[in-house]
Design a binder for this molecule. Structure first.
Ligand code: PMP
Ligand code: GLN
Length: 402
């Protein structure tokens, strides 16, 4: 081919690979692939994690008011509108006793996704190692790669019915080149919620080895069975080395609005803002005002959201178990990781590609969240942030598999 091109003169088609080496290993995200499969086949979509009902009317109406009143229709301030930054700081104070200055220690982003990317782009030097809990949310690997970092997975493995962190493995993964830990609790896709004891030890490791921590806490309000979400930033020595990330998408069921945020010390916030300003600069103007109101909703909203989701978890967990799946009952998030081996299968990709025709349901193969693909092969994730009748229908359909 190359010889032909040179003899026939310049070609109108670029000859070198288009996608740079950092991104070459990442194809289309599994969420896009599986949602497209759901649309194409008419299957129930328990794959991509988005609710099938919108969040509170009052919050939606607040967005409409902001649009009509001309608030946020032009570029909002770079760090986010003051109303939202103040509401985020108040939320961190009220829920966790963490105090952040809305002017210097809060940054509004285009969803948690931008917060993660901006944090890594800002804090990681090419060649730095970034430790992340595997299986990991797919944007982590891509963001580490875009920052030129090297990802170092520490794998959560099943123990006593849940995916657990091995603290010794985490300790051993730290090298002189480790720059930061990228944490996620409650954890997507496993539903694991790190315990106080685990977080305390992670904090000790971070302080002892002088690491930064970026902690993705987007499911902070979705913890079940009395489990507690404890922000890593509350542990001794962590406030000045932790970037905490959350998002309105998960807590208020408006994933399309893409309102996320960072809370961190002023120097860390400034660093993350340095990268963020050149990604989107700003986003979601009118929605920022609406989320400011959402964060001030009474505690009853958060509790009802949590208990409603816990009931959905119970419904789907039982249905999956009845259908023959091995079920890892999640302590948090709106995902259930299952083991398909009791159903006589061991390749989650093949299983998920066939599931729409076999049962009319779409799910996500956890292998995409692993560097060690083989380790993730037998696991499949189902989302339960769907209406009760949809979950009941899904359970009935999945019962056919047995
Ligand atoms: N982190 C985790 C763990 C997620 O599951 C998601 C998906 N919603 C995100 C980040 C991205 O959040 P956002 O939609 O706010 O960008
Ligand atoms: N966070 C959602 C999930 O894990 C998907 C978000 C996305 O599509 N990027 O399903």
């Amino acid at each position: 081919m190359a010889a032909m091109t040179s003899t026939s003169g310049p070609s109108s088609v670029p000859s070198r690979p288009l996608l740079n080496r950092r991104l070459a290993e990442f194809g289309t995200t599994i969420f896009a692939e599986m949602s497209a499969l759901a649309v194409r086949t008419g299957a129930l979509n328990l794959g991509q994690g988005f609710p099938d009902t919108d969040g509170p009317d009052a919050v939606r109406e607040a967005a409409v008011r902001a649009l009509r009143d001309g608030r946020g229709n032009q570029y909002p301030p770079g760090p986010g509108v003051p109303e939202l930054r103040t509401a985020i700081a108040a939320h961190q104070e009220r829920r966790y006793g963490l105090s952040f200055d809305p002017d210097t220690e809060v940054l509004v982003t285009a969803g948690a996704t931008e917060a993660i990317a901006a944090s890594l782009l800002a804090l990681v030097e090419p060649g730095d190692e970034v430790i992340a809990l595997e299986p990991y949310y797919d944007s982590y690997a891509a963001s580490i790669a875009m920052a030129g970092g090297t990802r170092v997975p520490v794998t959560l493995r099943p123990r006593d019915g849940a995916f657990r962190l091995d603290l010794d493995e985490l300790r051993d993964a730290v090298t002189p080149r480790t720059r930061l830990l990228l944490l996620n609790t409650p954890h997507n896709p496993t539903g694991t919620v790190l315990t106080r004891a685990e977080l305390a030890e992670i904090a000790r490791i971070a302080v002892a080895r002088d690491l930064l921590v970026v902690t993705d806490e987007v499911y902070e309000h979705l913890v079940f069975d009395g489990a507690e979400h404890i922000p890593l930033a509350t542990f001794p020595g962590m406030r000045d080395r932790t970037v905490t990330i959350s998002s309105a998408g998960k807590t208020f069921s408006f994933t399309g609005w893409k309102v996320g945020w960072v809370t961190a010390s002023a120097p860390l916030t400034t660093a993350v803002r340095s990268a963020k300003q050149f990604l989107t600069y700003v986003a979601s103007g009118p929605f920022q005002y609406a989320i400011a109101e959402a964060l001030a909703l009474p505690d009853a909203y958060f509790e009802d959201f949590r208990t409603g989701m816990e009931a959905k978890r119970d419904l789907l967990a039982k249905g999956l178990a009845d259908a023959g799946f091995g079920v890892y009952r999640p302590s948090g998030t709106y995902f259930i990781t299952t083991d398909i081996r009791p159903l006589g299968a061991d390749d989650g990709f093949a299983f998920c590609r066939a599931l729409p025709s076999r049962a009319g349901v779409v799910a996500i193969p956890n292998a995409v969240f692993y560097d060690h693909r083989a380790e993730g092969a037998p696991y499949v994730r189902f989302a339960f942030c769907k209406r009760e009748e949809v979950l009941r229908d899904a359970v009935t359909r999945l019962a056919r598999l047995g």
